[in-house]
Design a protein around this ligand. Structure first.
Ligand SMILES: Nc1ncnc2c1ncn2[C@@H]1O[C@H](COP(=O)(O)OP(=O)(O)OP(=O)(O)O)[C@@H](O)[C@H]1O
Ligand SMILES: [Mg+2]
Length: 232
């Protein structure tokens, strides 16, 4: 079997769970409830990519405005404005309420941005907003597939986020999970010591990974994952 190169996420504990990082060139779905840290984790992936691994990044926002995101991320010491000025980062505003959403135009904006900064990492956050434009699940699935196949063709390593609809151990699988190479889930699980924030690698095609949920916390340095700790 060919060895798949790993791309460190910038979250040490998560990289340990992934035996080094995300598989290079793949698109990973990051699922989580509101406020679970999807945006923080995806920006951490881009920011650490730029400054620790020399991999430039593009953030496609389907939710937060540029100003809002930049301000929020400053709390973690991540200065996106500087990264942008240095030509290592680009923000694409694609929120359907601010922009007239058009998938062809978005695809060409992504291609242009990736060219402009030679991006190796791309984030789309969150796919859930596409529901506003495509309430029909079949059409939405097509659009997500189109975006994923664009990302596949770019050779970058990518994270797309999605709101977790139901939680708990018996939750159903959301259709987007079938479309991604890998799925990581952030959720709160009821354990003996109360509600615990957990991160779990649900699937990661073709690579070995931790199969247990692990606790995480959001600190002033971003997400911290405790890969050696048990939840149950
Ligand atoms: N400086 C900080 N220190 C610790 N925790 C923080 C800090 N800033 C934000 N948080 C926590 O991070 C959470 C928000 O994280 P984030 O915006 O990444 O979540 P999200 O999953 O993207 O949410 P949404 O579904 O609303 O987009 C907040 O609920 C808060 O608990
Ligand atoms: Mg968010």
């Amino acid at each position: 079997m060919a060895i798949i190169e790993r791309v460190p996420t910038g979250v040490v504990g998560l990289d340990r769970m992934l035996r080094g990082g995300l598989p290079r060139g793949r698109t990973i779905l990051l699922l989580g409830g509101p406020g679970s840290g999807k945006t923080i984790l995806s920006v951490q992936f881009l920011y650490r990519g730029i400054y620790d691994h020399g991999e430039n990044g593009v953030y496609v926002s389907l939710d937060e405005s540029r100003g809002h995101l930049y301000r929020e991320m400053e709390a973690f010491g991540w200065r996106l404005e500087d990264a942008e000025r240095e030509g290592r980062f680009l923000f694409i505003d694609a929120h359907p309420r601010r922009m007239r959403f058009n998938v062809e135009r978005l695809k060409s904006r992504i291609r242009d941005a990736v060219d402009e900064v030679s991006a190796r990492r791309i984030v789309i956050d969150p796919l859930t907003s596409l529901t506003l434009v495509y309430p029909d699940v079949v059409r939405r699935r097509e659009v997500i597939l189109e975006l994923f196949s664009l990302l596949d063709g770019l050779g970058s390593t990518n994270i797309a986020t999605l709101e977790l609809r139901a939680r708990g151990l018996e939750r159903g699988v959301q259709l987007e999970e079938y479309l991604a190479h890998g799925v990581i889930i952030l959720q709160r699980i009821r354990a003996d010591r109360g509600l615990v924030k957990t991160i779990e690698v649900e699937k990661m095609r073709g690579v070995d990974h931790d199969d247990q949920p692990r606790p995480y916390r959001i600190t002033d340095r971003g997400l911290e994952v405790y890969a050696e700790e048990q939840v149950f």
